[in-house]
Design a protein around this ligand. Structure first.
Ligand code: MN
Length: 310
């Protein structure tokens, strides 16, 4: 019979955080006293304590424990860590730039008002030139005016699929326990799947990374989504690394702005982006005029703003 093993050691705060994220979806409902979580993975029970002590129990406890020990020693080696990070974060990384690729990006996730919009685009050698001429790079660095001018041109010239998640649908999902990253994963998959099935000769599929690939696919699995793309390149700062992601963000933001314009017209007040106090002031006006249920249709109720408004 194989032997059950128990391995206990202490991890740094750095690794502690990584473990919390890594085991997020594998947590048990209950946890022992003084622990942050208890989780199951492949027959190993993992318990992380507030003190930073972590316990691995099971036949393959050593394998799981070693993975974290390795990571810990890796992180302790600051030079390697910083080097890797610098490489990953470098915005002018051209590794993927010249591929013909499908890329996706979303907007609206940090805005109290307005929908979440996710778009996938396809950019090849020819359309890359057009986007370069329009100086499409990072939509966050582009003014709303420029977005409004460029997006309609892009939308005529390149293949794209976009999806708008209304606020009421978003609120339904969060009420069901969906977190933001799960919602994003489902939406990104949806537009990527649709576009990649349009007979497009793409070489890569790129996502502007918002969660680890592992969590991304777990979210899809949780919802039994079978229509999915699996060969994905996840890139942080993806907008700067491939123009398909940049174009996706520009189209998303354009549609978001249009949506906000409509809302502003409808309510006779300029609906602001973001989630600041001025946003709360506008929300209060709308609530006093239309009642608090109105927020469910136009805002993300799970934001902290809601408490301050009501
Ligand atoms: Mn993004």
């Amino acid at each position: 019979m194989e032997k059950q093993k128990t391995i206990v050691f202490k991890v740094s705060d750095n690794i502690k955080e990584k473990m919390i994220e890594y085991y997020d979806l594998l947590r048990r409902d209950k946890k022992p006293p003084y622990s942050i979580f208890q989780a199951d993975e492949g027959g190993t029970v993992i318990t992380l304590y507030e003190s930073g002590k972590v316990m691995f129990q099971g036949i393959s406890a050593d394998i799981d424990a070693n993975m974290w020990k390795d990571l810990e020693s890796h992180f302790n080696n600051r030079n390697i860590d910083e080097e890797l990070k610098a490489k990953e974060e470098k915005e002018d990384d051209k590794t993927y730039y010249y591929y013909d690729a499908i890329g996706s990006d979303e907007v609206g996730t940090g805005d109290y008002f307005g929908p979440i919009i996710v778009t996938a685009t396809y950019v090849n050698k020819e359309t890359r030139k057009l986007l370069e001429d329009l100086k499409i790079m990072d939509s966050k660095k582009m003014t709303d005016d420029k977005i409004r001018r460029c997006a309609p041109i892009i939308m005529k010239k390149i293949p794209y699929v976009t999806f708008t998640l209304s606020n009421s649908k978003f609120n339904d999902l969060t009420n069901k326990g969906f977190n933001m990253n799960k919602i994003k994963a489902i939406l990104h998959n949806r537009v990527l799947y649709e576009l990649s099935n349009k007979n497009i000769p793409y070489q890569k599929i790129i996502i502007d990374e918002f969660t680890s690939p592992r969590s991304y696919f777990s979210y899809l699995k949780q919802e039994n989504i079978t229509d999915k793309v699996t060969k994905i390149t996840f890139l942080t700062k993806g907008e700067s690394k491939h123009l398909s992601v940049a174009a996706a963000s520009v189209i998303s933001r354009y549609l978001f702005l249009e949506n906000m314009d409509k809302l502003s017209q409808q309510y006779g007040v300029t609906i602001l982006k973001g989630a600041s106090d001025s946003v709360n002031e506008i929300a209060k006006k709308i609530v006093s005029k239309y009642g608090k249920n109105e927020l469910y249709k136009i805002a993300k109720i799970n934001f902290k703003n809601t408490e301050k408004i009501l």
